[in-house]
Design a protein around this ligand. Structure first.
Ligand code: ADP
Length: 483
């Protein structure tokens, strides 16, 4: 089986967010299942090629916006694997990309429509030898249409993975013209642009052979308006071709110098060290931490803010590490003005992966109050470091945390529910044997990519099979109409 994984980033070469982690981890596991997998991404200037050998392979001539653009195709290997990574370079379109994972602007949409056009030319240059194109998020939403236009009925099967439905890639009508599509060619596009805009996520969802998302629970939740929003109707119509596969965690990215037998001593040393580093009082109080993009629509910032003073009054310390929405950066920062919290709160407004690791290792509890969470990595990382997650039971959080076993969950999105479960956690912390059992259970929960890759393999087989059947049916119909 030959697979092409398409997306906007691939870790560790280009890492902007969680999508990059999936694009970098999944292919390495697929190779172990004897799948021939290639990865293709734009060659943004932020690409870190210091640890890889890179060679220019071919040049593509890509028609777009009434002109022909040269795209240089560079080839390298995904570090630590035999996976080929193709990087597409074009100074006009890709030089401003890769600065922010969630820019989601109109000009970014233009960049990725061009990317879809270039990937299609790449697939043609590879003689259409892929069995399946695994497209990821809105950045790849037009691939299915382009393949149909360019290759017709012999196009490969397509799987479209939703990593976060809230980011959709919305652009102007002119993008359809730039692609060279004409009205009537793709009715799904005609229908979408009636409001004057093109929605890349909507196109990926409605045109691809199959859709999946990054946890089984999120796959169900997006069928309801409060999480699925305007995409709900399309998703409901395609429910029979929508599944969820929980992401794994690439443990090689998270070194741990302790194990289930010596975690107590190590955590206690890490705790003292982080208290010193972040100017917290030196005490045995439990540390509750929160590390996240500060996205008020997703990450549950309002209910978190509400519980912090009460949590500290009840005898805990709190560490926040986050960056994002400026209003929320200021709001968290201003907690430092409250004298009652002094010595027991640390606010760090920045993106700092090394500090994040220190916090995961030193904390006792990790709060994830997200309103919705497609999969989430922080619960998996915190469990690995023996830090008990306290999370809203949604999406991937619900699928990875077993309440009262390896963490705590709450069902109703409110600060009251969050605080109630935090109170349980504080009680548990006093009951050392039970608390220690939960830490061990969290540390032993296995989120390695192996299981997820096996599920993707099964899904690829099913999607390819469905594609073969639909080609066969189309031929039968053709024969019938010829009689
Ligand atoms: P999302 O992809 O929605 O941002 P995830 O939970 O899937 O959320 O992944 C978040 C990742 O980013 C985790 O590895 C987390 O540790 C990291 N992260 C988030 N905010 C920060 C920050 N301010 N500094 C360092 N790492 C962060």
């Amino acid at each position: 089986m030959k697979v092409l994984l398409v997306g906007s980033e691939v870790s560790p070469i280009i890492k902007l967010g969680g999508l990059g982690d999936v694009m970098g981890s999944l292919p390495k596991e697929l190779v172990k299942l004897k799948i021939d997998v290639d990865v293709i991404v734009p060659y943004f200037p932020v690409a870190d090629i210091s640890r890889v050998k890179i060679i220019k392979q071919i040049e593509l001539q890509v028609p777009y916006g009434g002109a022909t653009h040269t795209v240089d195709v560079f080839k390298t290997k995904l570090p630590g694997s035999s996976v080929d990574v193709f990087l597409l370079r074009n100074t006009k379109y890709f030089n401003l990309g890769g600065l922010n994972a969630f820019l989601n602007t109109v000009s970014e949409t233009d960049m990725f429509v061009f990317f879809n056009r270039a990937v299609t030319e790449f697939i043609k240059a590879k003689f259409n030898t892929y069995d399946i194109i695994h497209a990821n998020d809105w950045h790849t939403g037009l691939l299915n249409h382009l393949l149909e236009t360019e290759i017709g009925s012999t196009r490969p099967a397509t799987l479209f993975t939703i990593h976060n439905l809230a980011y959709q890639g919305i652009g102007g009508l002119e993008l359809v013209k730039d692609l060279g599509f004409y009205p009537g060619e793709h009715p799904i596009i005609d229908n979408d642009v009636l409001d004057g805009t093109l929605n890349m996520m909507q196109q990926g969802l409605s045109s691809s052979d199959y859709i999946n998302t990054v946890s089984p629970s999120y796959a169900k939740e997006i069928l309801y308006k409060d999480i699925g929003g305007e995409m709900t109707d399309i998703l409901l119509a395609r429910e029979g071709r929508l599944v969820g596969i929980l992401n794994g965690l690439d443990y090689s990215q998270f070194p741990r110098d302790f194990n289930t037998s010596n975690w107590k001593e190590h955590k206690s040393i890490s705790k003292k060290s982080i208290q010193k580093q972040l100017l917290l009082d030196n005490s045995d109080k439990p540390i509750f931490s929160f590390i996240s993009r500060l996205d008020p629509n997703q990450k549950g910032l309002d209910i978190l803010l509400d519980v912090i003073p009460r949590l500290i009054t009840k005898g805990a310390q709190v560490i926040i590490l986050g960056k994002g929405d400026p209003h929320w950066e200021n709001t968290f920062q201003s907690l430092l003005d409250n004298d009652k919290l002094k010595g027991n709160i640390s606010i760090n407004i920045k993106f700092d992966t090394s500090l994040a690791l220190d916090i995961y290792k030193a904390s006792d509890f990790f709060i994830i109050p997200s309103r919705y969470e497609p999969c989430g990595l922080t619960q998996m990382i915190s469990m690995w470091y023996g830090t008990i997650p306290i999370a809203h039971a949604v999406g991937g959080l619900k699928d990875s945390i077993v309440d009262n076993k390896n963490g705590f969950t709450f069902n109703i999105y409110s600060s009251t529910s969050l605080f109630s479960v935090i109170s349980n956690a504080l009680e548990l912390y006093k009951n050392k044997p039970v608390y220690e059992e939960m830490v061990l259970s969290a540390m032993q929960t296995d989120f390695s990519w192996t299981k997820s890759a096996e599920k993707y393999y099964e899904l690829y087989k099913e999607v390819i099979n469905l594609r073969q059947k639909s080609i066969h049916l189309a031929e039968v119909n053709l024969d019938y109409s010829n009689k």
